[in-house]
Design a protein around this ligand. Structure first.
Ligand code: BTN
Length: 321
């Protein structure tokens, strides 16, 4: 964002004179006016008040690396390599690059916007500037790919715990790991495997997208929600949300690596939005009632001829029409 310094000055919502802005930015008043225009082109709503100055009308919630670090648990902060970017193709791709460059510690990338945000099943992920959280973490596991069973669901529980801890009560999970509010999808998790580095050491990129302030998204083809839209009384900070999610993911991954998926089965099921609903799976060849997950994180559908376990890699589950 080219106008970050200006927007930071205006972010208190007060009226600032052109003169005071020029002095604070070390530029001429004409340059301030040009920056105001550029900020408006970037999507900020700024009112010019004749004889008084400029007032920012849009809500701003700037990313700040120090703020995020300050919100982390000391043991998590110590082992992290955090990059906060203005713009990136995809934070998942950024973490892959950090790993290729020999990053020291757990790589984490957060961006103000993504130009090629990726969703599951090859879909694009809408990533407008300044509005949502786009966060990826590189996670290392020992014991080969088999130890990753259920990881997707573990991450969903971690994100739900983090958001609920910040006051977003009633987060739902849609198998395997979509984050839901009653209005629609609030966020998603993209888990990408990086292959085995050495024997038994596997690297996973966990990309998490949460709609925070998003007010319109014409290109999103399913019902969606945002934290600001669903809990309007609260002032949502992307820095605080990022820190809470990083803390929760690190805690959950430690527990998962030590005790496995069993610790997460009940917390996942408490938030299951498919439970008790009439579902279809495998292109409509499996029809039945949603009844939670098994000990490996597969989704269970109770059909007339018995219970069928649907695996995460299989065709998506949907509510019957
Ligand atoms: C889904 O389709 O539900 C998963 C969406 C995952 C989006 C996040 S945003 C941060 C990270 N970077 C990406 O390109 N995708 C993930």
């Amino acid at each position: 964002m080219k106008s970050k310094a200006l927007i930071t000055l205006l972010s208190d919502g007060a009226v600032h004179s052109g003169e005071s802005l020029a002095a604070a930015l070390g530029v001429s008043r004409t340059a301030v006016w040009k920056q105001i225009r550029r900020a408006m082109e970037e999507g900020f709503r700024i009112e010019t008040i004749r004889g008084r100055g400029y007032q920012l009308l849009s809500t701003v919630d700037l990313l700040d690396r120090d703020d995020i670090l300050a919100g982390l648990a000391p043991e998590t902060r110590a082992g992290l390599s955090l990059r906060v970017l203005d713009e990136v193709d995809s934070t998942n791709a950024e973490v892959v690059r950090q790993i290729a460059n020999g990053v020291d510690g757990v790589p984490v990338a957060i961006a103000d916007c993504q130009t090629a945000g990726r969703g599951r099943r090859g879909r694009a992920w809408s990533s407008p500037r300044g509005q949502n959280l786009y966060l990826s973490m590189g996670l290392t596991f020992h014991g080969g790919f088999a130890v990753l069973d259920g990881l997707s669901l573990v991450l969903g529980v971690a994100v739900a715990n983090a958001l609920e801890g910040l006051g977003a009560e009633g987060i739902g999970l849609k198998w395997p790991n979509d984050i839901f509010l009653p209005q629609g999808k609030l966020g998603g998790i993209l888990v990408e495997l990086q292959g085995e580095l050495q024997e038994g050491v596997v690297q996973v990129i966990a990309g998490i997208g949460i709609n925070v302030h998003m007010a319109d998204a014409k290109e999103v083809d399913q019902p969606w929600s945002s934290l600001g839209g669903f809990y309007p009384g609260q002032s949502w900070s992307r820095n605080r949300i990022a820190a809470a999610i990083i803390n929760a993911v690190q805690d959950s991954v430690r527990i998962f690596a030590e005790y496995g998926f069993q610790e997460f089965r009940a917390p996942w099921q408490q938030r299951d939005i498919f439970a008790g609903r009439s579902l279809q799976a495998r292109d409509g060849t499996v029809n039945g009632m949603g009844c939670g997950i098994d000990e490996g994180g597969n989704y269970l559908v109770r059909t007339e001829s018995g219970t069928v376990a649907v695996r995460a890699g299989e065709i998506s589950l949907r509510v019957s029409p």
